[in-house]
Design a protein around this ligand. Sequence first.
Ligand code: FDA
Length: 391
Amino acid sequence: MPATHDLIILGAGAAGLMCAATAGQRGRRVLLIDHADQPGKKILISGGGRCNFTNVGAAPDRFHSANPHFAKSALSRYTPADFIALVDRHGIAWHEKTLGQLFCDGSARQIVAMLMEECAKGAVRIALGQPIREVTHADGLFRVTHDGTVSTAPALVIATGGPSIPKMGATGFAYDLARQFGLKIVEPRPALVPLTLGGDEALFRDLSGVATEVMARAGKTAFREAALFTHKGLSGPAILQVSSYWRHGQPVGIDFLPSQTAGWTIAAKRQRPRTHFHTLLTEQLPARLAEVLAKRIGLWGELANLPNAKLEDAERRLADWQFHPNGTEGFAKAEVTAGGISTAELSSQTMAAKKVPGLYAIGEAVDVTGWLGGYNFQWAWASAVAAGLAV
Ligand code: FDA
């Protein structure tokens, strides 16, 4: 049977659309299939509807993977500047919010429209609302059964992402397919996800809605951003960031006053001996949080009446408050999935599977996960272009 296409891409998300446009514009006959009824659903809800489409600081050390070197090649060949140039060519206005994060001034819809236009330029055929029933490989051809049709091509790209936010149609299909072709999977786990607190620490849930800038640490990795108390535990950018590095059983250390240096309470005691310890905290932290922390530290009264050793001890606790999360809010609330198709199975230049000629995997399906702040889209674009240029 002759091939109906040069390339079939499964998943019309960020990576699939970008790969289809790249390969299509190189003259490849591309079929892009998705079970969802519209393309790029996660792009549409990303960045609060404005899509944090890249980060100007997207260096390889902002990504984690069993092989931290794997992402280097693709990221260096398709950079944030390349994506910005594309966005500019489409006249999409954007701004830098904070920490190198770039957002649309208008709507994330503009990014999806841009990718669809790029696909149209490459004459990509897009089949939406079509669940994939079966994928087989024989005689150098992949056969994909979808919507009662069998499409064939010598190359197949897995771009169906990870299982985070299943209610949006996210699935672990990429892993099933990869396993079918004998590729190894690095245990997938929720990342960029809120952490839950139980037991004695459940008391902190009373602070639900309180946010403050902290330095949050899991193991050796620390992030200085806002943390938010929720009715289940801890969230906010600092916590989402450390969640990707956190492992069950590990504590999360929080420095509630990251701008303070050792000895600050004793300096305050010298300058303002009549100030109450609790007031000192209230000056620098949200009042409800200051109250809970002062209560837990157990220091009350005027600074003049508090021994230096106790103040030093309080400083140490405030600088490294140990929380013991009992879990995460899981894939239902995870912005991304860490782990996935093992990079050991893929070429870092082309994203091609080493063992299966013609098979590629890109985007979140692969064991490369970025920090919060536009890094995950940059990986989706870069890995997609690497495959789209090679196929
Ligand atoms: P993606 O999930 O985008 O696409 C996979 C596609 O495959 C989907 O269209 C899906 O329908 C399809 N699919 C899945 N299973 C299938 C099956 N069995 N059959 C057929 N089709 C199937 N990142 C960032 O850099 N900046 C940001 O602002 C945000 N914001 C953000 C907000 C929220 C709420 C979430 C959940 C995530 C983000 N992200 C983000 C992460 C970012 O959305 C994510 O990393 C990329 O979308 C990954 O792109 P992929 O194309 O790999 O997967």
